[in-house]
Design a protein around this ligand. Structure first.
Ligand code: ADP
Length: 457
């Protein structure tokens, strides 16, 4: 059991790739932390630095109060489970699990007790004498977990451990790993590109992009209060709908205007504005975000929300059983009469998730009300949320702010350099003109002197 501190960690590979930038995170003992983000965002690199398999370029890694940057992987009291299981094919399940303990010269009885306990926890008791090739994918992954469990590590690191399993088995193993975490009551750090795994397993999720932390939060908070457009789009399926918009109206009753629509922002959302004045009637572009489930076609909801209704054309209706997805168009619809989407049409698209029992049909015009208590608003330029989450601003990632400050500083320096260059050019021009003038004056003087001399003679 252990807490970890990753303190301003950087990773620059010898090739020059900056895989991780300023990664700072305090992980409490017994947390289940998930690193999530698209491929190549630096998740595995960060995990491998914690494991000691990758050198840390800069920053401190502290486990249980001890700086471990230079400590060998085997001495870090950490166990790692990989995506490809990495089992020894010639050894039985028992020997695969016992191997690392044998290497560490544990007494035979202790090894036997630990392997049997791990097999019991993982339901592998009847497979102990089998070789890996006689096991299913899920069973092999359980052996890989068992190999980590027997070591009783302070920290479990799991690198996309379920990626090689089919969808059903993945769902099953997901709950098994969550149960295992409760049972072992130790710190888990789990890497995945799958946001469903992140949402269902993590006590806290770290969303990464391009080597930067975007946001760290509990799953539901991440969903309800995404700090920027990237997090908003990454978490949630189908993805959040985004529309270019501006804020108009009054301070007490602001509206959001987009695609010819003007919707009143609810009191609750208005109270969450970090700086309404910056956007109110200034024309400063914002991005309105609406999750598919925050569109409603129920008559009662529409009746209650008259100021936030848009009229859309349903192009495709997907019935998923528990719910239905509407693929809609609105705004500049082509009037070809048959209400079937043309491929060249430029109307704005949106996806709505509605009740499966709704009577809404495809190829019809319908009213959808937006739940204005759950809209999201972002600054179009910085892509940061302009609404505060639960009355706090703390969820805005520091690195993002630092990056903005750095960008502003770079722009300031560039502007200064440009101004200095312009000033130098102007000064040179003036000097040239002055020299020309001086020369002309000198010539004129000489002529006057000569003329005077002539007249005296
Ligand atoms: P993820 O796990 O999020 O998919 P990685 O941590 O594997 O991402 O990679 C982050 C970035 O570092 C990527 O751009 C990747 O190409 C690069 N990278 C990973 N390993 C190496 C390496 N050994 N040498 C150079 N670049 C690497």
């Amino acid at each position: 059991m252990a807490g970890l501190l990753l303190d301003h960690i950087y990773k620059i590979y010898p090739s020059g790739v900056q895989a991780v930038t300023d990664f700072t995170l305090d992980i409490q003992d017994k947390e289940f932390i998930v690193f999530v983000g698209p491929s190549g965002c630096g998740k595995s690199t960060t995990l491998r630095m914690i494991a000691g398999l990758e050198e840390i370029t800069d920053g401190d890694l502290v486990i249980d109060g001890r700086k471990v940057n230079l400590i060998q992987p085997k001495d870090r009291d950490i166990a790692m489970v990989f995506q490809n299981y990495a089992l020894y094919p010639h050894m039985t399940v028992y020997d695969n699990m016992a191997f690392s303990l044998k290497l560490r010269k544990f007494p035979r009885a202790e090894i036997d007790a630990r392997v049997k306990e791990a097999a019991r926890i993982l339901g592998l008791e009847t497979y102990l004498n089998r070789k890996p090739k006689a096991l299913s994918g899920g069973q092999r992954q359980r052996v890989a977990l068992g190999r980590a469990i027997v070591r009783e590590p302070k920290v479990f690191l799991l690198d996309e451990p379920l990626s090689n399993l089919d969808a059903k088995l993945r769902g099953q193993m997901r709950t098994e790993i969550t149960k295992l975490h409760h049972r072992l009551a130790t710190t888990f750090i789990y890497v995945t590109h799958d946001q469903v795994e992140a949402m269902t397993m993590g006590t806290r999720i770290v969303v990464m992009k391009d080597g930067f932390i975007q946001q760290v939060d509990a799953p539901q908070k991440l969903y309800d209060y995404p700090a920027n457009i990237f997090v908003a789009g990454f978490i949630g399926t189908p993805q959040m709908n985004f529309f270019d918009a501006v804020i108009t109206g009054t301070k007490a009753n602001p509206c959001v205007e987009f695609e010819g629509q003007k919707l009143a922002i609810s009191k609750e959302t208005t109270a969450r504005f970090a700086c309404l004045e910056e956007y109110l009637n200034t024309g400063k572009p914002v991005v309105l975000g609406v999750r598919p489930e925050d569109f409603h076609d129920e008559v009662e909801f529409i009746e209650k929300s008259k100021k936030s209704v848009i009229n859309v054309r349903v192009d495709v209706l997907e019935k998923l059983g528990a719910e239905s997805l509407l693929y809609c168009a609105f705004g500049e619809l082509q009037e070809d009469g048959d209400q079937i989407a043309s491929l060249t049409e430029t109307a704005t698209q949106l996806i709505a998730k509605i009740d499966a029992r709704s009577a809404t049909q495809a190829h019809t015009m319908v009213d959808l009300a937006i739940d204005m208590n759950h809209i999201h608003l972002f600054d179009k330029e910085t892509e940061l949320s302009i609404l505060e989450g639960e009355g706090t601003k703390a969820y805005v990632p520091v690195v993002e702010l630092e990056r903005q400050a750095k960008r502003a500083e770079e722009e300031r320096i560039l502007a200064e350099q440009k101004a200095a260059k312009l000033a130098a050019k102007q000064a040179a021009k003036e000097a040239k003109a002055a020299a020309k003038l001086a020369k002309a004056e000198a010539t004129a003087n000489e002529e006057v002197v000569e003329e005077n001399a002539d007249s005296e003679n």
